[in-house]
Write a protein that binds this ligand. Sequence first.
Ligand code: SF4
Length: 234
Amino acid sequence: MSLDLRIAEALALLRRAASEFQPVALASSLGAEDMVLTDLVFRNELPVTVFTLDTGRLPEQTQRLIARVREYYGRSIRVYFPEAQAVERFVAEHGVNGFYQGITERKACCAIRKVAPLARALSGHKAWITGLRRDQSPTRAALAAQSWDSEHGLTKFSPLADWSREDVWTYLRANHVPYNALHDQGYASIGCSPCTRAIEPGEDERAGRWWWEHPETKECGLHLSAPTETEGAA
Ligand code: SF4
């Protein structure tokens, strides 16, 4: 399938989500895929809220991109923060970098800084949109373009499910979309600063996330539900 056709299909899915699933929100990590979707939403003036989760440990480059998006599109990304007291309790118990101690501590940190704020951001919405792609990692191989997210109780759209990394970058460059400067330093997938690093050529795209864990465990808890395919993405 040509990229033009993939773009047309992604836009059609976004339009349908915006017309049939109000209120609907795009969860952006400010990564390359989310910038494609943000560009499609803002450029086409779709009634979709774009939000991100500021975990308190985001790289400076990601913060700069949030500001740049506001300047470039004249529309803001809504920012949600974790509950301060929950972060304080975690740090008091495990230390400021306690997430390195083991998967239990790592998941506890993600639960406080990402999962709980996500639940708050999605509350009251009928659907959410993500920039997940099937070929990003083993945990995403069965991803559907539209599925029921039983974890959060709403429909989940992944309009780029069948896009390749090359499709994403062709789109970004052709449309002059702002992107995270860390991508130019070898970062494929960008999350919190202490849990993200650059990858080597040929490595799995999410190899730089929680690199000390097994590939099968590498999700932050935002995308847990088994996909129930209601619409093919091919
Ligand atoms: S990615 Fe790392 S710092 Fe960020 S919430 Fe998860 S464990 Fe905490």
